[in-house]
Write a protein that binds this ligand. Sequence first.
Ligand SMILES: Nc1ncnc2c1ncn2[C@@H]1O[C@H](COP(=O)(O)OP(=O)(O)OP(=O)(O)O)[C@@H](O)[C@H]1O
Ligand SMILES: CC(=O)N[C@H]1[C@@H]2OC[C@@H](O2)[C@@H](O)[C@@H]1O[C@H](C)C(=O)O
Length: 399
Amino acid sequence: MNANWTRIFRTIEKQERLIIGLMSGTSLDGLDIALCRISGSGANTKVQVQDFKTISYDNAFKAEVKSIFSKRDADLQMVCLMNEKIGLLHAEMILQAIEAWGVKPEDIDVIASHGQTIFHAPASLHQMPNYPNATLQIGDGDHIAVKTGIVTISDFRQKHIAAGGEGAPLAVYGDYLLFSEKGEDRVMLNIGGIANFTYLPGDNDATKVFSTDVGSGNTLMDQFVQHHYKGLYFDENATISSAGVINDSLLKELMQNDFLIAGFPKTTGPELFNLKYLQAAQERSNTTHLSKGDVMATLCRFSSQVIINAINKCFGNNLSPCIYMSGGGMHNPLLVKQLKDGLPNAKFYTTDDLQINPDAKEAVLFAVLANETLMGTAIDFGSSTGVPSICMGKICLPF
Ligand SMILES: Nc1ncnc2c1ncn2[C@@H]1O[C@H](COP(=O)(O)OP(=O)(O)OP(=O)(O)O)[C@@H](O)[C@H]1O
Ligand SMILES: CC(=O)N[C@H]1[C@@H]2OC[C@@H](O2)[C@@H](O)[C@@H]1O[C@H](C)C(=O)O
């Protein structure tokens, strides 16, 4: 038998597995690396985050990824080259992180690699008859496995599509396994480039659980800042947006999109929410003359309003869910204030209150998905929620 399988069987038999979860999201800021101790599986999963680090991408690399990111006319050779380059870079970053933590590669059982999404095209977005839901993550897992010598599970989203989903959000699985709590209606709200949430009903009924994207979290604000403010990558602490004035006409036009009124679950990306989307809304509302600060103030309000509307739609205005935030947008004070003002009945927390560092949460969820790939059994999420009962990921062997 190939010795890789002996190793995988030993991993499966262990009481506790050391799994590295990786996430590199739509913000393209860097690679999140979470070293997780995971025991059990399914509803008995226990995770302890032993170490966490985000290793930033340098500007030249960000520019390379941006040249092919969510672009319909991307250079195909560059896509091909970047598939290898991202895999190699992620492997180097993992080795750098574990060296800093004093951990040896042979102590790690598995790496769970999300890769870098470069295009997300659910049927609702591409609107091409006779083509399925589609999504593409690059940064090949074999490079990570070979360079680190660690079994790597990668490319989680394809199985979700094969089983009838849109390839996202995958947070639903880990959120359900780690954070469901009897007696408490929970919303696990992640404000990354795209904002999404998982609904966890207090009766723990898996058939009611779902996860959905709601719209732009930070991506429109980030894109606007990067385009108009030389040298800035995002609106740190909402300095720019706080100084601007919300323009109601522009806000109203930003809210006019079929995606925002479609039912749950649904997914999207910067393929929809981009500077062209903003430009079209500005033209429709005659606000192309608006100051940069006022545009930023309006974009921040747009992000908070789509989140508020989606949570209200899920709970009705009178219910009082507990909202556990994660993702970079929870560090934006203006956005969070608007959420709190707009959802006065909700109680706000962060996943820190559930012992998971909010910046690490998505990387941890991929570690949990890899644990399920090895150990899990199907969970019945019912037929109505768009959450297929499956294990995901491709196993890449080191030799
Ligand atoms: N102090 C801060 N003030 C304002 N915004 C912030 C702050 N810190 C982080 N952010 C926002 O968070 C973003 C990074 O978020 P995050 O790392 O969660 O994104 P991501 O993982 O790439 O997204 P996704 O979940 O869509 O894949 C930054 O680009 C910025 O917009
Ligand atoms: C296709 C893709 O990469 N989608 C990401 C993105 O970032 C946030 C949102 O859009 C979410 O749908 C998803 O990531 C998280 C981790 C998910 O699948 O749950």
